[in-house]
Design a protein around this ligand. Structure first.
Ligand SMILES: [Zn+2]
Ligand SMILES: [Zn+2]
Length: 671
């Protein structure tokens, strides 16, 4: 490893960036109004910015990287701008800050302009648990550099030899993949072998995007030939690189879907795809071609090592005690992993989560995920806590690692509620992915569902869990503008309307209420789904229903604001109007004017969550399908409509009525 580089205060940041942390500044807290707009100038011109990048300023480098990701690598477009960039620094909790840098950039294809914002967290040394030296290693100018390799090998061997949770399942399963590629025999060749006939149990898997049909595949007519040998040069670059990675780490077998599943034999495909979860779970390493759009791009990328530098220095604000501060990019994991080309694919999520350890070949650095830690070359020992979020620590689903993690929660969580939260997190990540065949929405996560079923010991209902069904039922489409768009119900049936699998797009799932006495307002009498295949009962469904009893209010949807998805409901019987936030599963049209409002649960904080339903055409009265959810804060207002609903919900004199729906309690079928 090369000697550590300089850690001098002055060359971490350019004078323009450093001036933010020096002298007389009015440090505003979050929420306080910024006195003027635009905010203070950061770089007056593109020339000043370019000079700062050349001088090695870490923050300016991050701006350049962000602009490049946004498609603005060519800085000449900024030539005529009066000011290149602006900044704001707002105090967050605990004296940490949010530093936002704004670049007002012209769109290349029109006269419109847009703000690009670089979001950074400024953390004081008391709360920062990552490396601070500007240069930790000579990272090298490619992700195939010696430093990158050494790092990957260290992660791998440490995990296999020292991480207890990561090895908890070792040797426990007798699973053997049907076929594997033997990469040990000959430098220039690999060959297809029967999975059971190997001397060593260890094998690695590859997660990749095919991106076209022109890659070598296993077919019935070339199986015998591939068993004799496959010339390395016949493989697409990503496969070649994966063979090299396996060999270097001392793993002699590799599993690649296109070469280990017979591609022109439907029976083989069905048998093998049902085993996919097991294949990834039982390998020793999943090699992920994270930055690749197809199999020809290869695992490695050139990089500017300065993008991996740290940014730590002392502040010297007038009248404020000097502090050591570290500036972190909030979205490291999001940019590196979540938004990477490979992770856009639906099938990949379970490959990534089920494998005991994952080595990501990402855009400008390698990254690591195992049950013990997430890490990347920039943060080789682990991701700093300040950067851990809902997108990281995805491997906590593994039964043993999960149970160990759970012990830290157990006293707050005697009923294992956190397991349902983990599922909610998975569904959120999964909803944002794409599938070549949309019919696979439940199939591509079936292996994960089985693993989760063994952890939760619960019944799986087309993507939801039976034990806490009332909470699971009020999943919602992601807010527009935040991580994905609105949902859209698919036209071809793939799940009941109460399942998130019936829509496309990102969904959020509420947490299970921890309160001892949760305010559940419905009674589930029966919930059933019919799987298409009796072998894979967590995959495709052909039918499903829930019979439940609840308070029903007949209503109509009033006006809409398509962007905000804010609607109001007017109760038809009493004519009162209630407002709240509706997340609709589908665009609201004239056919939705006559709806049914069904309160589902109320939390300790008096939030009321409800389903919005509509009658199913051609079915008897009492059959409904879901069109969205509504959340509201009835106790926060003295609105007469909410008073009316609250009274109705608490009225013990209400008895079952037919579905006249005049604020009655009724039994309905939800499909
Ligand atoms: Zn700078
Ligand atoms: Zn590990």
């Amino acid at each position: 490893m090369a000697a550590p580089g300089p850690d001098s205060e002055t060359d971490v940041l350019c004078p323009r960036c450093m001036s933010i942390f020096r002298g007389r500044q009015i440090l505003l807290s979050k929420g306080e109004p910024i006195s003027s707009w635009p905010p203070p100038t950061h770089h007056p011109s593109v020339g000043s910015f370019e000079g700062a990048v050349r001088s090695g300023c870490v923050i300016c480098h991050r701006i350049l990287l962000g602009l490049r990701e946004a498609g603005y690598g060519d800085l000449r477009v900024f030539d005529d701008e009066p000011v290149f960039s602006h900044w704001t620094l707002l105090r967050d909790r605990d004296d940490d800050f949010n530093l936002d840098i704004f670049v007002f950039y012209p769109k290349s294809d029109s006269t419109d302009r847009r703000w690009f914002t670089l979001y950074q967290s400024v953390i004081s040394s008391e709360r920062y648990d990552g490396p601070t030296k500007r240069i930790l290693a000579d990272y090298g100018t490619s992700t195939s550099s010696k430093a990158a390799w050494d790092r990957a090998a260290t992660w791998y061997h440490q995990c296999r030899n020292q991480h207890r949770p990561c090895n908890a399942n070792k040797g426990r399963s007798s699973f053997l993949p049907t076929r594997l590629l033997d990469v040990s025999s000959n430098e220039k060749q690999i060959r297809l072998v029967a999975g059971g006939k190997r001397v060593c149990r260890d094998y690695a898997t590859l997660s990749h995007r095919w991106g076209g049909s022109d890659i070598i595949c296993l077919r019935t007519d070339n199986m015998a030939k591939l068993q004799v040998g496959i010339d390395i040069d016949e493989l697409p670059q990503t496969f070649k690189d994966a063979v090299e990675v396996a060999r270097k780490l001392g793993v002699f077998y590799l599993w690649i879907d296109s070469l280990c599943i017979v591609q022109d034999d439907l029976t083989d495909w069905h048998t093998e795809s049902a085993l996919m979860g097991e294949v990834y779970s039982n390998g020793v390493l999943n090699i992920m071609a994270t930055a690749c759009k197809d199999s020809h791009q290869g695992l490695y990328r050139d990089r500017d090592p300065r993008e991996l530098h740290h940014c730590s220095f002392k502040s010297s604000w007038t009248g404020i005690e000097e502090k050591r501060l570290t500036v972190l990019s909030n979205n490291v994991w999001k940019n590196l992993i979540k938004q990477a080309p490979l992770n856009e694919r639906g099938w990949v999520l379970q490959e990534r989560i089920l494998a005991p350890r994952t080595l990501h070949f990402a855009e400008n650095q390698l990254a690591w995920e195992c049950h013990t830690m997430d890490a990347c070359e920039m943060y080789p020992d682990r991701l700093p806590r300040a950067l851990e979020n809902l997108l990281s620590r995805v491997k906590l689903i593994d039964a043993d690692a999960y149970r160990q993690w759970l012990t830290t929660w157990r006293k707050y969580d005697p009923a294992n509620h956190v397991g349902y939260d983990v599922w909610g997190r998975i569904i959120r990540l999964y909803g944002g992915t794409q599938l070549t065949k949309e019919a696979d929405r439940l199939v591509a996560i079936s292996g994960l569902a089985k693993r989760m079923r063994s952890i939760l010991d619960d019944e799986y209902l087309a993507g939801l869990w039976a034990r806490h069904l009332p909470y699971q039922l009020v999943w919602h489409t992601a807010s527009p503008g935040r991580d994905g768009g609105k949902g859209r119900r698919v036209e071809t049936y793939r799940a009941p309307s109460w399942s998130w699998a019936s829509i496309e797009g990102e969904v959020g799932m509420p947490m299970v209420e921890r309160a001892a006495n949760p305010g559940i307002l419905i009674e589930i009498e029966e919930a059933k789904v019919t799987p298409l295949s009796s072998i894979d009962d967590t995959a495709e469904v052909i039918d499903g229903y829930i019979r439940l009893k609840g308070h029903l209010f007949k209503a109509e949807i009033l006006g809409r604001d398509a962007d905000l998805q804010r609607f109001s409901l007017r109760f038809l019987v009493d004519g009162m109007v209630v407002g709240g936030v509706i997340h609709s599963d589908e665009p609201v049209t004239a056919k939705h004017t006559s709806v049914v409002y069904l309160p589902v649960y109320k939390t300790g904080k008096h939030f009321l969550y409800s389903l919005i339903l509509r009658p199913v055409e051609g079915r008897p009265q009492g059959w409904y399908s879901r069109i969205g959810v509504m959340s509201a804060w009835p106790d926060a207002t003295d609105d007469e409509a909410w008073t009316y609903i609250s009274k109705q919900l608490e009225d013990p004199t209400l008895r079952d009525k037919s579905l006249g729906l005049e604020g009655c309690i009724g039994t309905i079928i939800l499909v």
